[in-house]
Design a protein around this ligand. Structure first.
Ligand code: UDP
Length: 380
C-alpha cells in the first residue's frame, strides 16, 4: 500500500504564504493554509465599501517592479491594467508639490524658474552639505539635497511614520524615494512595470488559491502541536512570536486608518497626498483615482488618511519592520534566525514578519517563488 505523503502547512494567506501554496500545489503537494485573520490576502486584502469604492484595507498597494518574470507570473492569476502612480506633497502654503522631489518641486519651494535638469542638479549641488560617508537617513539626504528640502519633505514625515528622527533611521528607508532633477513626476518611474489588478487584489488571491491541492482555513492561529501532522511548514507569522519573544520583541509600525466620504466627484490627477506638517497623519489616499476603484457609482468617494502608531497600540497589527541606522532590531532578528536554524522541526520562516524585512510586493513574490522552488528541488 502506498502511504500518502503528509501535506505541507503554510501559515499566513498573504503574498508569501499564497505564492508558496500555489507553487507546491502545482507540483502535486497537498497544502493546508491557515491565517489568523478572517480574510485572505494579508495586508494586500481589498474590498468594495458602502460607497461602492474599492478600498485597500491596509493602505494603498501599488504593484511596481523591474522583474518581468514576477510580473508575468502574477498576470497568470488575474487581469492587470497599467497604472502609473503619482504622489503630491501638501506644503505649508497649501501648494501641492510633486514627490519624489523633481524640477517643479525645486521651483515651487525655492521660487526659482529652472528649465533644465542641469540647472536643478547645480542648485542641489550648491545646497548639499559636504558629508562624504552618510551614516544615517539625515546625512544621506543632507549630502544630496541639503537642509531645506530634507527638513520640509522628510523630517516631519519620518518622525510621525517611525517615531524616530531622520538621524536614527537607516539610509535604505529614505532611499526608497529617488531624488530627481528632471520633470519626471511619477512615484515609481525607475520600475518599468507598474500595474493594478483590474478586479482587486483579493480576486487575485482567490485565483491563486483556486487549486484542488490547496485548503485555506481562516480565523486560525498557528500552534506548534499542528506540526506533527505535516511534512514541512512555511511560516509567515512573526518570528519573535513563534519563539515566545525569547530574544525580545521585534518592533513594528502600524497604521490607524481614518476614513471619510467625499462628495466631489471630480478626480484629481494623483491618488495619494503626503502631508509635510508635523500633525499625526502621514498621507491620504483617494481611492477613486486608482483604476477600476469606482466599482458601483454612488456619487460618493472614499478617502482614507493614515496615522502611524506602535503596533502594540493597534491590536498588534504589524505593518512595517523598523530599520534604524544602528541596525539594532535586525540584530535581534539574527538571534531569532539562529534559533530557527536549530529547530529540529522542518520549518522555514517566510515573508515580511517571518524574516523581519521591509519588502515590496514584487520582492515578496520573487523571494517566495525562489524559496518554494528551492524546497521542491530538495524533495524526491
Ligand atoms: N518619506 C518622507 N516623506 C515623504 C515620503 C516618504 O519622509 O513624503 C520617507 C519616510 O521615512 C518613509 C520612507 O521615506 O517611511 C519611505 O517612503 P515610501 O513612500 O516608500 O513608504 P511606504 O509607501 O512603503 O509607506
Amino acid at each position: 500500500m502506498v502511504v500518502p505523503s503528509k501535506p505541507v502547512l503554510i501559515v499566513g494567506a498573504g503574498f508569501s504564504g499564497t505564492v508558496h501554496a500555489r507553487i507546491l500545489a502545482e507540483a502535486g503537494f497537498h497544502v493546508d493554509v491557515i491565517d489568523v485573520r478572517p480574510h485572505i490576502g494579508g495586508n494586500a486584502y481589498d474590498y468594495v465599501d458602502a460607497n461602492g469604492i474599492r478600498v485597500h484595507a491596509y493602505g494603498p498597494h501599488l504593484f511596481h517592479t523591474k522583474n518581468r518574470a514576477v510580473a508575468d507570473w502574477l498576470r497568470g492569476f488575474g487581469d492587470f491594467v497599467a497604472y502609473t502612480h503619482k504622489v503630491r506633497a501638501r506644503l505649508p502654503s497649501g501648494a501641492m508639490a510633486p514627490l519624489p522631489i523633481n524640477l517643479d518641486t525645486v521651483n515651487l519651494v525655492f521660487g526659482t524658474h529652472y528649465e533644465t535638469a542641469e540647472q536643478v542638479a547645480a542648485h542641489l549641488a550648491r545646497v548639499a552639505l559636504p558629508i562624504a560617508n552618510p551614516a544615517n537617513a539625515a546625512e544621506y539626504l543632507y549630502a544630496n539635497i541639503g537642509r531645506d528640502l530634507t527638513d520640509l519633505f522628510f523630517r516631519p514625515y519620518t518622525k510621525k511614520m517611525w517615531q524616530f528622527d531622520l538621524e536614527d533611521m537607516a539610509t535604505s528607508v529614505v532611499k526608497r524615494i529617488p531624488l530627481r532633477s528632471d520633470r519626471t513626476d511619477t512615484y515609481f518611474a525607475d520600475d518599468e512595470i507598474q500595474m493594478m489588478p483590474r478586479d482587486g487584489y483579493t480576486a487575485v488571491f482567490q485565483r491563486l488559491f483556486d487549486h484542488p491541492g490547496i485548503t485555506v482555513t481562516l480565523n486560525t492561529a498557528f500552534d506548534t502541536a499542528m506540526l506533527a501532522d505535516y511534512r514541512f511548514c512555511f511560516n509567515a507569522m512573526p518570528i519573535d512570536a513563534f519563539f515566545d519573544y525569547a530574544e525580545g520583541e521585534l518592533p513594528y509600525r502600524s497604521i490607524r486608518f481614518h476614513t471619510r466620504t467625499a462628495t466631489d466627484a471630480q478626480a484629481q490627477g494623483w491618488s495619494v497626498t503626503n502631508f509635510t506638517d508635523s500633525g499625526p497623519q502621514t498621507r491620504e489616499t483617494r481611492w477613486d483615482c486608482l483604476p477600476h476603484h469606482i466599482v458601483n457609482e454612488t456619487g460618493r468617494r472614499t478617502v482614507t488618511a493614515e496615522e502611524p502608531c506602535d503596533y502594540r497600540d493597534n491590536n498588534r497589527e504589524r505593518y512595517y519592520p523598523v530599520k534604524t541606522a544602528d541596525n539594532r532590531f535586525q540584530e535581534i532578528y539574527v538571534k531569532y534566525q539562529s534559533l530557527a536554524e536549530k529547530l529540529s522541526t522542518e520549518i522555514s520562516f517566510i515573508g515580511r514578519c517571518g524574516t523581519y524585512q521591509y519588502l515590496d510586493m514584487d520582492q515578496v513574490i520573487n523571494q517566495s517563488l525562489a524559496s518554494a522552488r528551492r524546497w521542491l528541488a530538495t524533495q524526491s
